[in-house]
Design a binder for this molecule. Structure first.
Ligand SMILES: [Zn+2]
Length: 97
């Protein structure tokens, strides 16, 4: 069942994976494309956050578990995105830019 508009992410830094895809790093927040603030209410501009419309929040959670890069996921955004502990249903999608 597709869920209604999964949020993408905005983050304070970036790194590039071995396929050359830009990935979020540093402090990572959930963000809905078309808005200019994170789900926890941070204004992207003022907080210096970069948008990653190609990276879904659920993918960022997966990445944070599997990468050596420093990624700190925002707990308030996790709550706002409706994440529940124990629910692990990742879909790995990587649309090309
Ligand atoms: Zn946040």
């Amino acid at each position: 069942m597709p869920r209604r508009s999964d949020p993408a992410v905005a983050a304070s830094s970036r790194w590039t994976d071995d396929e050359g895809v830009r990935e979020p790093g540093g402090s990572v927040h959930a963000w809905r494309p078309g808005t200019n603030q994170t789900l926890c209410g941070l204004p992207l501009h003022r907080a210096g956050l970069e948008r990653f419309p190609h990276v879904l929040w659920i993918d960022a959670r997966w990445l944070a578990d599997t990468t050596d890069e420093r990624m700190v996921l925002c707990h308030r955004c996790a709550a706002a995105a409706g994440d529940r502990p124990g629910r692990r249903r990742w879909t790995r999608e990587r649309p090309r830019p």
